[in-house]
Write a protein that binds this ligand. Sequence first.
Ligand SMILES: [Fe+2]
Length: 486
Amino acid sequence: MRTNGRNFLNDNASMTANPFLQGNFAPVREEVTADDLTVIGELPPEMDGMFVRNGPNPQFRPIKNHHWFEGDGMLHGVRIRGGRAGYRNRYIHTPGWRAENAAGRALYGSILDPLGVPVLLRMMRNWLKHLPMIKNTANTALVCHDGRLLALWEGGEPHEIQVPSLDTVCSYTYGGKLKHQFTAHPKVDAATGEMLFFGYSPFKPSVQYSVVNAQGRIISTTSIDIQRPVMMHDFAITPRYSIFMDLPFTASIKRMLRGQPLLKFEPQLGARLGILPRHGRGQDIKWFEVSPCYVFHTLNAYEDGDEVVLLACRTEEFPDSFFMPPSASANDGAMIGKEFAPVMYRWRLNLKTGTAREEALDDVPTEFPRINEGLVGSRTRYGYTLNINEPNELLKYDFEKGRHARHGHGKMRIGGEAIFAPRPNARAEDDGWLLTYVHDEENGISELIVIEAQDFSAPPLARVRIPARVPYGFHGAWIPGEMLAS
Ligand SMILES: [Fe+2]
């Protein structure tokens, strides 16, 4: 095992009672490289690729406030080949990360800081140093497209990452053609090779939508008007359409100036889903009124006759404390309260009649939905999620049978989003494996677990011991071996 020996945080990492810096939310200090990891069980010999997960890992002690979403992006990857596994974790070297690294301290504040003179002075100081006004942490998700791995953050441009080294190349702007923010959840259509993505701003009542062709060039960008600035974290696609979610999690600078949160759930304002032809112009969008809700993540969408069907994890309530300093939150430090209870949900949007039908498919609070990514936009039978009430449990939805199976990690073993990796020459939608990091809260050990997707409730095929702590994080990706070889 090799570590670079650099301590990125002050020794008193527990300097505050901030829950986002405690326990397994606390950042790790070292970048580690380790081969021939201990495997409990057996890795499938035909498995060849790299599981990489993104997440926040603040390089330095925050100036004042800090939210979990704001830490510098760090990638944790496990390369699997020939039944063996190796691990490495690397910071994503964004311009903000480099500037703070050179300064030896944090230069950026927090979304939780009250908007006032200190914040404005800090922003001005960064601007005078030719630094971005807001730090793009690249900490949220990953996408593979056109043979390139990109680390994503929805407020700015992607960053290109080398594989399997996980070294940062630089920010990636499609030769300067990228003119807007880039969602953390673009969609790659495996059939056409296109990638669809959008970007939104908390300051503008519009969304920019772009298409990247299979050769990796942006071929179109169009603007879609929405009613007010909102947080729009995800969208969905079908072969012919892109589906946008204009949901009432509003962004308001005026509200922030009054000392209240920038973002707030306002269900009284109503909610809409919009369907746009994939290569259409923004004004071609057709909106459907739906019951007020919020959705962080879609599972998938597909076409069914005249209907476009959308599946997602939907909540009717959203705690104000989500974007408030933890000490001020009603639930005393928890990021989200009990009122955040997204469930698997389905909308049927009829393009002929303009009507929307909607229904909950389950009552288990669940999030981090994933599918076999090779089937994005077509009717998929299976979906994989994390039980957010009991995050030591994954769920496998079978939408044909209308039920879910459970996979428990064990007591006090907390897992994250599960990524589906198809078996080479797979013969069925769920012919492959699910991978996720699991952290044992009792002994502090982190593992990558590999589950046979067709035998979901069985114990993992393999538990790969990670020789370092892997903090809780966000989204990951499976990078097939052929991309690593090239
Ligand atoms: Fe996300």
